[in-house]
Design a protein around this ligand. Structure first.
Ligand SMILES: *Cc1c(COP(=O)(O)O)cnc(C)c1O
Length: 400
């Protein structure tokens, strides 16, 4: 899809609007599976939280993907999208035993990440095989909010507590069928990933009857030209041979699982917004757009950089702009960014808007959530209507 396609989508569906390119999602899926094509049993479980539109879930199901879910609602969405319970893993953090029991009743694979729930679950349901999420204490990733493997992270059961896990397993006679880790977003260094993998292998040796090892995600995607990204092909080569060697040692062909979110959908997404006002101050030129961090919070939340292009004037002279949103507090998408000359009414395109953009959107400032469009087979298809004022009032109760 090109600039003309994007402009015509803004024209047809209004703005702001999220656009997802199905071709890119498909090629990323295939890139990952071909990097690991020597693994007889590879499971790619798409992390629903990145982008949970049901049409996107169906697209991924048609490609052969499974799902990684973190709430009972995501499990329900996945089942509704046509995934079988066996294709879904439930990897919550800090949820109640009741929610885990609900997911169990729906038949999905449960992944437990703390000793307290492990013991309670094992005592109540020793016959239901469980995956355990360990914390290998490997630092991976740039931003501390999205690095989840470090020593004081709330995620996973510390590898220093393996003796405790083994005691619970022995006492409850529960079955462990998988070992999982997810060291956090933005893994750059394959050596770090492989180091964490070794810890997973060491852990796995303590458990008989495993069926799979889950290496989580955290693949880094490029956010701008020249950005470093995880070299999936190199990771595929190096991890696959090590994994196959481990399976020999373990005496069984285990499945190898991943749960990528960003890798599959980030680059497929474009967020289109219109410039409401160009404001020249003494030091800065602001381009104010018809959206804000209520629709794309990553720059404000993580300091993430989203590339911004002026698709109405792609060949214009480059000038420096601060692109800001309409929310009534600091709401900055980009500071002093070189962008082709902007006029009021132009459409700006934010790249990498597939992952954690719509799914993190809110109604702050009583604004409406935008529409979502899937570009599929050369056609733009509406996959979520923009909200209307009724949606703002829905569920509110006027008692006076
Ligand atoms: C968020 C999350 C993912 C996906 O991470 P990405 O960086 O989007 O690939 C995978 N697994 C778990 C358990 C997660 O919480």
């Amino acid at each position: 899809m090109n600039t003309t396609d994007l402009l015509s989508i803004a024209n047809e569906f209004g703005n702001p609007v999220y656009v997802y390119d199905a071709t890119k999602i498909t090629s990323q899926y295939q890139r990952l599976t071909s990097a690991f094509n020597t693994i007889p049993n590879l499971r790619v479980n798409y992390a629903v939280k990145a982008l949970s539109n049901i049409s996107v879930l169906r697209l991924l199901r048609n490609l052969g993907s499974g799902l990684d879910t973190v709430s009972i609602q995501e499990v329900q969405l996945g089942l509704l999208a046509g995934f079988s319970p066996e294709q879904i893993i439930f990897t919550p953090n800090g949820v109640s035993l009741e929610e885990i029991e609900e997911a169990t009743a729906l038949g999905v694979q449960i992944n437990i990440d703390n000793l307290s729930i492990l013991e309670q679950f094992g005592s109540k349901y020793p016959q239901i095989p469980i995956c355990i999420r360990i914390n290998p204490h490997v630092m991976a990733g740039g931003n501390s909010n999205i690095s989840v493997g470090h020593i004081d992270s709330k995620f996973g059961i510390s590898i220093h507590q393996i003796p405790h896990i083994l005691r619970i397993v022995e006492n409850t006679k529960m079955q462990i069928n998988g070992i999982h880790m997810h060291t956090g977003s933005d893994i750059l260094d394959i050596d770090v990933f492989l180091y964490a993998a070794e810890i997973l292998f060491e852990t796995a040796k303590h458990f008989e009857g495993l069926e799979f090892l889950d290496f989580g995600s955290g693949f880094k995607v490029p956010y701008k030209e020249g950005d470093i990204q995880t070299n999936i092909e190199e990771l595929g080569e190096r991890l696959s041979s090590r994994f196959l060697a481990f399976c020999k040692e373990y005496g069984k062909d285990l499945a190898l699982a991943f749960e990528p979110g960003k890798f599959l959908v980030s680059e497929a997404g474009f967020f289109l917004a219109k410039v409401n006002v160009v404001k020249q101050t003494t030091s800065t030129v602001f381009a104010g757009v018809d959206t804000g961090f209520n629709h794309l919070i990553r720059p404000m939340l993580y300091g993430a950089t989203h590339q911004i292009e002026n698709i109405s004037n792609p060949n214009g002279k480059k000038r420096f702009y601060s692109v800001v949103g309409y929310i009534c507090e600091t709401d900055t998408f980009a500071s002093n960014r070189q962008i082709a000359e902007i006029s009021e009414g132009d459409i700006l395109c934010f790249r990498n808007a597939g992952a954690y953009c719509f799914s993190m959107s809110s109604n702050y400032n009583s604004r409406l959530k935008p529409a979502e469009v899937l570009w599929h087979d050369g056609k733009a298809k509406l996959i979520r209507q923009a909200e209307t004022f009724d949606d703002i009032l829905r569920n509110q109760i006027q008692i006076f």
